[in-house]
Design a protein around this ligand. Structure first.
Ligand code: ZN
Length: 239
């Protein structure tokens, strides 16, 4: 996606060309993000120029939506509550055990969490344990998938790092280092692999040009569906 930088913040946006549109339209929404659309005859650089011109206004709108989202209830970390793991909802089952520390195990549709009895009602402890488990798993699972996709795509990434960012799912640096968000483990495997394919495709095209999307398309024909999933689930970055 093309992007602009406003007051130190990178803003991605989409350009849509439609025959029906008679005017240039710039919209910002919580669900669809930033979009600019215009009639076919308008040169694309004019649309980009308009986005740049309205940068401050766009940033204000996006901040507004972020605030609204933050007011939404967060996940609860208690017995019977549910969390998303690889795109499937798992119920938390808290099991009191005489242990020094907690442990987590995935079993069918449950996430079994064993804890000393005195901590079984402690949401902070359960949330910390869950995130630690997710992070440890992400450090193994995400690089493993990168290696598989890189072999398919015949590219060689540099360093692969796993992070807990609140703004993005993944990135690829000019030096070819790939960074992935541990929160990707909440997403269905196909979505997770799409993000990996997207970042690996940047090893060949460090931009979002038509050539770039052609590479993505080749290895991930359903990328539109996966992108929508990610857009609809940005709140997961905050859980
Ligand atoms: Zn990209």
């Amino acid at each position: 996606m093309p992007r602009i930088r406003v007051q130190g913040t990178d803003i991605e946006y989409r350009v849509l060309k439609t025959r029906r549109n008679r005017h240039i339209r710039l919209t910002v929404s919580g669900k669809n993000g930033v979009r600019i659309s215009g009639p076919r005859g308008v040169p694309e650089r004019d649309l980009h120029a308009m986005v740049r011109e309205k940068g401050t206004w766009i940033l204000e709108r996006l901040r507004h939506f972020n605030e609204m989202e933050q007011r939404q209830p967060r996940w609860r970390y208690a017995g019977g509550e549910r969390v998303l793991v690889l795109g499937e909802w798992k119920s938390l089952r808290i099991i009191p055990r005489e242990l020094n520390t907690g442990s987590i195990m995935l079993q069918d549709s449950d996430l079994l969490i064993s804890l000393p009895p005195s901590l079984c009602q402690n949401e902070t402890v359960i949330a910390d344990l869950f995130h630690r488990w997710l992070r440890n798993w992400a450090h193994i699972e995400l690089p493993r998938r990168v290696v598989l996709q890189a072999a398919r795509m015949e590219v060689t990434p540099g360093r692969i790092s796993v992070r807990a960012q609140r703004s993005k799912w993944g990135s690829c640096s000019a030096a070819g280092n790939i960074s992935l968000n541990m929160r990707l483990l909440h997403a269905p495997p196909a979505v997770l692999d799409y993000v990996i394919i997207h970042e690996l495709a940047h090893l060949r095209e460090l931009n979002h040009s038509a050539r770039f999307w052609k590479i993505v398309e080749q290895y991930c024909p359903d990328h539109h569906v996966h992108e929508k999933w990610l857009r609809d689930h940005t709140w997961l970055l905050e859980t």
